[in-house]
Design a binder for this molecule. Structure first.
Ligand code: KIV
Ligand code: ZN
Length: 388
């Protein structure tokens, strides 16, 4: 079955870098941008050029370096921001300006102290101005998650008329439920005149742990771009995790959607970003966490040793992890001990295994994890190898 492609818009270097205390320098950003290009992302949001001279320089250097992906710069709906972004992107093979404004009542009232009509005017002016520099203009309706659908549809319709080619519908505060976010995308698909000229984009935050579910709900309802970051990094609880949405689509072929991502680079890209940001990946993180393919209870280990698919829905090699790990703990069974003993060079008979296992349990009760050296010592010190 041929699948429709969902564009992957990576914002690790912009929204992701907004993590408190995790600054990247230009050199680090270039290393990450090059890797993202190799990974196969469609768009790299390289930064917010007006925010600082350093960010301008990073966007400019990334624009020169990147070979395949579109390079994007963020702006507010402010002329100066747009001019500076266009300047930073001038060397990009495929430049995109990402401009926008808050559309929820709370943004309109408290941030801008203005009216809905004035917001539409500013949005349209910004898109037209950005369009005078580049063909590819994406518009974001900040806090779209809490924006009334009817008004959001009006904003979208006007900015599409002004030339926006992508409509970003951010759940800025990570508040929406998956059904609600999906319904919002569906409503826009059905009610915005001219919507066929633009791509709807999901940009979800993870404040309630729903960013991945919301993004998937978005594409199931007609969005064709997902904005995400490696390891889900970003402000507060972060953004949608790139590795998660890519693997959800790949593991569920019946959805009829896929991306261009080379998933075998996911694990190493995760580590590259983690090391450069100085931000460890939580061990139980889906897809790329240290425990994502580790099995420690006896029942699971026995199953996985017999057939990986009993407890694994993803082949670790598909995301660049060499093999599943069988972790030895006091909860492990004989099958796991025999498997690990074989790996360190001991082919144990049934009788040997029974005896070594008792020694192993005594040892394992005093330690969180039994390593290769421990296995070696347990077997050697139990002097049981002459048993047949
Ligand atoms: O979360 C958000 O609304 C954003 C926009 C600036 C795109 O990051
Ligand atoms: Zn965001």
């Amino acid at each position: 079955m041929s699948k429709e492609l969902v564009q992957i818009f990576d914002t690790t270097l912009r929204d992701g870098e907004q993590v408190p205390g995790c600054k990247l320098n230009t050199e680090q950003k270039l290393v990450i941008a090059e890797r993202l290009d190799e990974l196969g992302v469609d768009i790299i949001e390289a930064g917010f050029p007006i925010s600082s001279p350093g960010d301008f320089k990073s966007v400019e250097e990334i624009a020169k370096l990147v070979k395949n992906a579109t390079v994007c710069g963020l702006t507010r709906s402010v002329k100066k921001d747009i001019e500076v972004a266009a300047d930073a992107l001038k060397f990009a093979k495929k430049p995109r300006i990402h401009t926008g404004i808050g559309t929820s009542d709370s943004h309109i009232q408290f941030k801008f102290n203005t009216t809905r009509e004035k917001i539409i005017e500013r949005a349209v002016d910004a898109v037209k101005y950005a369009k005078s520099f580049v063909e590819d203009v994406e518009f974001y309706a900040e806090d779209a998650g809490r924006t009334d659908n009817e008004f959001l549809a009006r904003v979208c319709e006007e900015v599409v008329k002004a030339g926006a080619t992508v409509l970003n519908i951010p759940d800025t505060t990570g508040y929406c439920l998956p059904e609600e976010y999906g319904a919002k995308i569906k409503y826009l698909k059905e009610n915005v005149k001219g919507i066929e000229k633009a791509i709807l984009s999901c940009h979800c935050h993870n404040d309630l742990g729903l960013a991945t579910a919301n993004s998937i709900s978005g594409v199931r309802n007609g969005a064709r771009q997902i904005e995400c970051t490696i390891n889900g990094i970003g402000e507060r609880a972060g953004n949608t995790a790139l590795e998660e949405v890519v693997m959800v689509l790949r593991q569920h072929p019946t959805l009829g959607l896929d991306t261009r991502i080379n998933s075998q680079l996911l694990y190493s890209t995760s580590r590259l970003v983690s090391e450069n940001m100085g931000m460890p990946v939580q061990p139980n993180k889906a897809i790329v966490g240290a425990n994502a393919f580790a099995h420690s209870s006896g029942i699971h280990q026995d199953g996985v040793i017999k057939n990986r698919e009993t407890y694994e829905i993803i082949n670790p090699a598909d995301v660049g992890v060499t093999e599943s790990a069988i972790i030895l703990t006091a909860r492990s069974g004989r099958a796991a001990l025999a498997y690990r003993a074989k790996k360190v060079g001991y082919e144990l008979t049934k009788l040997q295994l029974d005896t070594v296992y008792q020694e192993f349990l005594k040892f394992a009760d005093s330690k969180k994890e039994v390593n290769d050296k421990d296995i070696h010592e347990i077997i050697e010190s139990s002097k049981l190898l002459n048993l047949n």
